[in-house]
Design a protein around this ligand. Structure first.
Ligand code: 13P
Ligand code: ZN
Length: 301
């Protein structure tokens, strides 16, 4: 930490005598800014949560509020998240304002010892609550913590325009969607060899979208939300952001190629055997169900 320069503010890391000098807070703010630079966060679109390590909580604790907020029911119980701390964007807050005033746009919340309530211990100084998608994030953190043996800590939701556009064109199922994305650029299948799940259109922030996403996140680390955006998880900010970025870029290429071809089936693409070769060469196991899926309606030959 000592002696490194913050790529965001140009200052020395760890030199600020406040919570912004804590590396995890700084990295969280960077990630919000990185998403904004990509054009994924119009207005208050998108949200980010991070499950903190105990040592990161200890670093932030000196800056916590003297009197934490009231305990608030999350509406979901997650036994494996009791007493955890999360950093969350605020509901209705613009991600483009996070770097300007982190204290008013993000917060740190503590989970109670039953795993069913949160309280704000830092941030949102002008009022507010964690993202409206917090129940969805929370439920999905619980799943991803379990299935990755605690490795996954980040859940990120963004309004990625090309992924959204493709949901109007492709069948809303994991197999055809993933195959289109895998075939959009050579190294996509290395970044998401397990594929991406697809959630049909649902009301944002509600329990149904939380449950539907959770069922997919048992298996996938990314889920497309039809006509809405993308939801990803990862062990750290770079991996989660890279996954979001790669999927969105693949969707961009697919959209451009389909449009350039007048919306007709693409005449030639990366073949299934090419995908198998890439998997072998890069030492990754591609999802066999997706790899072996056949559908006459596919948009490529
Ligand atoms: P929040 O402002 O509550 O995070 O909602 C934004 C969003 O993208 C909902 O899906
Ligand atoms: Zn959204």
């Amino acid at each position: 930490m000592e002696g490194t320069i913050c790529r965001f503010c140009g200052g020395m890391r760890g030199n600020m005598n406040n919570i912004f000098g804590v590396r995890i807070i700084e990295e969280y703010v960077h990630m919000c800014h990185d998403g904004v630079r990509q054009g994924w966060h119009e207005r208050n679109g998108g949200n980010l949560t991070y499950r903190m390590r105990p040592e990161e909580v200890a670093e932030c604790r000196p800056y916590f509020k003297e009197t934490p907020g009231e305990w608030v029911d999350i509406g979901i119980r997650a036994e494996n998240l009791k007493n955890e701390f999360f950093i969350s964007t605020g509901s209705g807050k613009f991600l483009q304002n996070v770097d300007l005033e982190p204290q008013n746009n993000i917060c740190v919340v503590e989970i109670d010892d039953a795993g069913e309530k949160y309280r704000i211990v830092w941030g949102l100084e002008r009022g507010g609550r964690p993202t409206s998608e917090f129940p969805t994030h929370f439920m999905n953190h619980s799943v991803r913590k379990r299935v990755t043996d605690g490795a996954n800590r980040v859940i990120y939701h963004a309004h990625t325009p090309y992924v959204i556009a493709l949901t109007y064109v492709l069948p809303l199922r994991a197999e055809p969607f993933t195959r289109m994305l895998w075939k959009s650029a050579t190294e996509c299948c290395v970044v998401f060899p397990g594929g991406v799940g697809v959630v049909p259109w649902m009301v944002p922030g509600g329990p149904d979208i939380a449950k539907a996403t959770c069922m997919l996140m048992e298996q996938y680390d990314a889920a497309v939300w039809a006509y809405h955006g993308l939801f990803v998880s990862g062990p750290d900010f770079d991996t989660a952001f890279g996954l979001m970025h790669t999927i969105e870029k693949a969707a961009q290429i697919a959209s451009i190629a389909l449009a350039a071809n007048g919306g007709r089936r693409l005449p030639h693409v990366i073949t299934d055997d090419n995908l198998r070769q890439i998997g072998k060469e890069f030492g990754v196991t591609l999802n066999e169900t997706i790899l072996n899926y056949k559908d006459d309606d596919e948009m490529y030959c």
